[in-house]
Design a protein around this ligand. Sequence first.
Ligand code: HSE
Length: 380
Amino acid sequence: MAKNGLRKVGFVGWRGMVGRVLLTRMEEEKDFALIEPHFFSTSAPGSKGPVVKNNQTNLKDAFSLAELKEMEMIVATQGGDYTKKIFSALRSSGWDGYWIDAASTLRLHEDACIVLDPINRKVIDEEVKNGCRNFIGGNCTVSVMLMGIGGLMNEGLVEWVSFMSYQAASGAGAKAMEELIQQMNYLANHFQGVNFDSLNADQEMEELFGRNDFPQKTIGQPLVNSLLPWIDTEVQKGQSREESKSFSEANKILNLASPVPIDGTCVRVPTLRCHSKGLTIKLKEKLSLEEIESLLLSSHPWLKIIPNNRKATLENLTPSAVSRTLNIHLGRLRKTNLGEEYLNAFVVGDQLLWGAAEPLRRALLILLGESERLIHERKE
Ligand code: HSE
């Protein structure tokens, strides 16, 4: 503990996209009043850190075990390579503080808890009680899905889930977002003021995509006017790593008596920062839509059920309706023609908030013993 009685919390990766969103949220909610923050850098230790609480300190060295060990908690949004490099060495050096991390590196480790407290607060509390020291944010598309249907899954009412995800460029990082905008610009510049033939415009685009100066170094392909139905590497039998996480991480988050099979296809789409997931859910029981909605709504206050009609759906069940908010919109709820127990649903959430920064921020508050601040903070 620092001399002022506050806990020393180190932040690594605060300049990155998830780190910036995290700091903004912490400033909005005045969380910095609860801690003594220390900012670390992997590239420029010694230079000036961010101004927080009207105070600016010099950046500490993110590779210095001695400096890291002074912290009681470390919040890392630096990425998996950093975690791989430093975490084991830090633990081996005897540091037993809380490690809160956005990277996937430790998620499935036995001694790590995946945090998504509106859905798995009981699991988190149990882990804290059992002495767990590693609290890791889940994969974004998994967290968004569970913020949508976790209420049903927690009740043990789901037999299996089949999904199609529609994942924003932000999931691939800030550079991918920039490149998507550059791709949009490239097309806009080409077509601006030109009388183009709609029927043949896509052929013209294909020609543009083949040009040497078409921006696609980061994404690897044109994402504009397209979609990319493969995210990350292959794990087994034609399944991508991103797809495999829906089963492994969701079941670890929920910690249900028996794991729920979850599988589907993860697709990158040309949106900036909202992930969406289309779901077919096989229920264990014949529940009415009213019962389902009421169960879902009771899970947490950020969930909004969008009525399953054309107008409400097109106005509210879209990335642009949800982007930059903590709201999770769930809609297209209907029993499918496959049978009474087969539920259709569609969920949209901000990839950088519930998908990344917010669960970390809330894990920090829980570990600080400040849980009461987690209630009543829903904003429109
Ligand atoms: N892997 C995710 C994506 C983002 O590519 O969209 C991180 O959870």
